[in-house]
Write a protein that binds this ligand. Structure first.
Ligand SMILES: Cc1ncc(COP(=O)(O)O)c(C=O)c1O
Length: 350
């Protein structure tokens, strides 16, 4: 299937002139900066800090470091206010409201549907199989010439499993729009990232995030990796200063200490295995679904009742029992050993 970025984008996107920020015309660090209507004196209540100037709209320092870590050119990296921002920007760049559609594979991450609704974009749903795998032919049968984006979440939220690589490859070959592989949980998985397939597929975009394994959910930073041409479009339509200066400095600090990531991840995986072990011993748990993420989906006898019982003990999990293919299921995030033990103690007392 031939892919055309021209055909993927809403026609007017190609005619937009980028916002030129005050500092675009001068890249030096030293000078008398009277161009951006900032406060030259300082910041209220933060006398020791350096927040009175606008941050780098291109986040070049972070991209330089990330490009080494991810083995990809900085021009192929986009940073957003969470990966949720990239999801929204993709809808806005590609989908004409009332005409185009996006394809999702339920049960899946909820924001694809919300973002489509906000943008007045039709949704085509093709359920995963009962064991949470893709039916590639069903997807290809359901799409049409207005299908612009296909969201594939692997490892999948809320089921936790990874989706078969051959099925994703098959869709990359045969879907004419953009395939978005959401790898929010990839660091907890034994699967290599699809970033390494970017050279092969011009219609691939990979989403990752600093919110999960990196432990920086509060900072709101998501990553998109794609061809230089696709990244240029996201850069063009994003708000200029979408990543704050404070956030940029914290992300840089994290990247300078990237060797800590595998240590955090292995601790969480160890806790995940502890939880799975414990769940398997409990009669209230009917099924523990295989997981490659930092959460576990379990099937229980009465999910709503158990959920409410846990709330009464101030333990909050995610009731997914109303979600398609998730009857009587709860999604439980892996906590610290203390938190996991509190959960298990409560489940034993149920
Ligand atoms: C599959 C998936 N993608 C994306 C996100 C959003 O991540 P971010 O915090 O980067 O917006 C989440 C958050 O739960 C998620 O589960």
């Amino acid at each position: 299937m031939s892919f055309s970025l021209q055909k993927l984008l809403r026609p007017h996107i190609l005619t937009i002139k980028p916002y030129s920020s005050a500092r675009d015309e001068y890249s030096g660090h030293f000078g008398v900066f009277l161009d951006a209507n900032e406060n030259p004196i300082g910041s209220v209540g933060l006398p020791q800090e350096d927040y009175n100037r606008y941050p780098d709209p291109y986040q070049q320092d972070i991209k330089k470091k990330l490009s080494v870590l991810k083995n990809i050119d900085p021009s192929q990296i986009f940073l957003g206010n969470g990966s949720d921002e990239a999801i929204d920007l993709l809808m806005r760049a590609c989908c004409i409201p009332g005409k185009d559609n996006v394809v999702i594979l339920p049960p899946t991450y909820g924001m694809y549907e919300v973002s489509a609704a906000i943008n007045d974009v039709e949704l085509i749903k093709v359920n995963l199989t009962p064991d949470y795998q893709i039916s590639p032919q069903a997807v290809l049968d359901a799409v049409n010439e207005h299908s612009k984006l296909l969201f594939i979440c692997s490892p999948n939220n809320p089921s936790g499993n990874k989706l078969n690589r051959e099925d994703i490859n098959h869709l990359l070959h045969h879907f004419s729009g953009l395939v978005v592989v959401d790898e929010a949980y990839i660091d907890f998985s034994d699967e290599p990232s699809f970033i390494e397939e970017l050279e092969k597929y011009p219609n691939l975009l990979v989403l990752q995030t600093f919110s999960k394994a990196w432990g920086m959910a509060s900072l709101r930073v998501g990553m998109a990796f794609a061809s230089k041409e696709i990244i240029q479009v996201l850069q063009l339509i994003k708000p200029p200063y979408n990543i704050s200066g404070l956030t940029q400095s914290k992300v840089l600090q994290a990247l300078e200490n990237a060797d800590e990531l595998p240590i955090l991840v292995s601790e969480i995986i160890q806790e995940r295995e502890f939880l799975i072990n414990q769940f398997n011993k409990l009669s209230v748990v009917q099924k523990v679904f295989p997981t490659q993420a930092n959460f576990v989906l379990i099937k229980v006898v009465n999910a709503k009742d158990l959920y409410e019982y846990l709330i009464s003990r101030q333990i909050i999990v995610r009731d997914r029992s109303k979600v398609v293919l998730c009857d009587e299921s709860l999604r439980i995030t892996v906590g610290t050993r203390e938190e996991n033990e509190a959960l298990i103690t409560a489940l034993k007392a149920y």
